[in-house]
Design a protein around this ligand. Structure first.
Ligand code: URA
Length: 425
């Protein structure tokens, strides 16, 4: 077997054999296949695709590159959620403790942000003292004692994906549906969860820009999970405008705590509850009442225990950026569009995200929204507030925003469309 013949097969639109797939994933993980060869293969896959048999084998090979975890010792059923990534997507923060408060165990192995999408670990690291890196034993202990844990996936879990994801990120090959599906599902299957709910984002701020692509990605992942014995459901959810009223690390933690306190923006509450119901249902906890767990403070209690168990202080003040810049509405009317991608890029440029894996992020940086599509705005009122510690970043962030919103003069206010667009099981 050699890398060039594997690349040629896919370049010429052929089907990769199980032996070719097993070999190339193993050899790449061991360093025998070079980055430039894997880049060429990833680009051939992006351009020519893989069929369901190839994707299933590719996923199995990535799982086999590392360890498989087991939650068999826990007394509660395990259920997990994975989002394909969006702007202002802080849902994991209120969701994990909420579902735990309803009786499930939630092992949430999360990632960091890259590009315009934020990462759950970066958000939680804005809480003073909170630690993302836990050993497998520590992770099981937090899960067992609090019902939920949000932490970094260990190096042993699907190491082939770790290497390949970093390579895709710098070779323009992130958006390939077979590669996204196998990347996400290899980690989730190796993690050993019993049930999985996928939040597949669709719209300008998501990797999938069209509903057709989102459907294809969702059904590929549902089939991979189901075939591996994981009860898997996907919701296709809107990412044409940011979720909630904040994009940025500490800003999003603040908003998540508001949701856990029974408040928070309507769309964040709506999606948190929709995903909680699916996770509980998939775990067999059909009588659980997540709405009650938000209202009676039991989800907040789990949040506080979960943050403390990982060294964080749930009562500590969150970091605030040193500088703010307010963008005001240039005219009066109804805000008809506020683009998720543009807001995500602005937040990233302000310091909330990173351009390279090793870059630090600013805890307080990001964008705060003062209106959502459907709201009436008045000329001169604040529309967006930009936050950063480094004011020289304002000009670059502002370049992302012209054309990112529309205001219809004299328009009629309208209710936001439901966040959940479709369900695929
Ligand atoms: N998230 C992942 O884990 N992998 C991808 O390829 C895309 C999003």
């Amino acid at each position: 077997m050699d890398a060039i013949s594997v690349i040629r097969t896919k370049r010429d639109r052929g089907e990769l054999s199980p032996e070719q797939i097993d070999w190339v994933i193993d050899a790449y993980t061991r360093g025998e296949v070079a980055d430039e060869q894997m880049s060429a293969l990833a680009m051939a896959i992006l351009l020519n695709g893989m069929n369901r048999t190839e994707i299933a084998r590719w996923t199995a090979a990535m799982i086999a590159s590392g360890e498989r975890m087991s939650f068999g010792t826990l007394s509660r059923p395990t259920t997990d959620k994975h989002s394909t990534g969006g702007v202002g997507d802080k849902i994991t923060l209120p969701l994990a403790p909420l579902v735990a408060a309803c009786g499930a165990a939630v092992p949430q192995l999360s990632g960091r942000g890259l590009g315009h999408t934020g990462g759950t670990l970066d958000k939680l690291e804005s809480i003073p003292g909170w630690r993302a890196l836990l050993s497998n034993a520590e992770m099981l202990d937090v899960l067992d004692t609090t019902g939920a844990v949000i932490c970094a996936a260990g190096d042993g879990l699907a190491p082939a994906d770790k290497k390949l994801y970093a390579l895709r990120d710098v070779t323009g090959t992130v958006e390939a549906i077979p590669l996204i599906a196998s990347s996400i599902m290899s980690k989730k299957i190796a993690e050993g969860t019993g049930a999985l709910v996928l939040d597949v984002k669709v719209g300008s701020g998501a990797f999938m820009k069209t509903i057709e692509d989102a459907r294809e990605l969702a059904s590929t992942m549902v089939a991979l999970g189901t075939d591996s014995g994981v009860r898997t459901v996907a919701l296709l959810t809107d990412m044409s405008t940011p979720l909630g009223l904040t994009a940025g690390n500490a800003l999003e933690v603040r908003e998540s705590v508001e949701v856990l306190a029974g408040g928070g923006p309507k769309d964040v509450v709506e999606l948190t509850l929709a995903l909680a119901r699916e996770m509980l249902d998939a775990a067999g906890l059909k009588d659980a009442d997540p709405e009650k767990a938000l209202a009676d403070g039991s989800a907040m209690d789990v949040w506080r225990r979960m943050i403390s168990a990982q060294g964080g202080d749930p009562d500590a003040a969150l970091p605030v950026a040193r500088e703010q810049h307010v963008i005001t509405a240039p005219s009066s009317g109804v805000l008809t569009r506020l683009d998720a991608y543009d807001v995500g890029v602005a937040a990233w440029r302000l310091g909330a995200g990173r351009a390279r894996k090793e870059d630090p992020v600013q805890a307080g940086a990001g964008v705060e929204l003062h209106a959502k599509p459907g709201d009436i705005v008045t000329e001169g009122q604040p529309l967006l507030t930009l936050h950063t510690d480094t004011p020289e970043k304002f000009a670059y962030a502002l370049q992302a925003l012209p054309g990112s919103y529309d205001i219809a003069p004299g328009g009629t206010p309208f209710a936001a469309t439901p966040v959940v667009r479709e369900r695929i099981a």
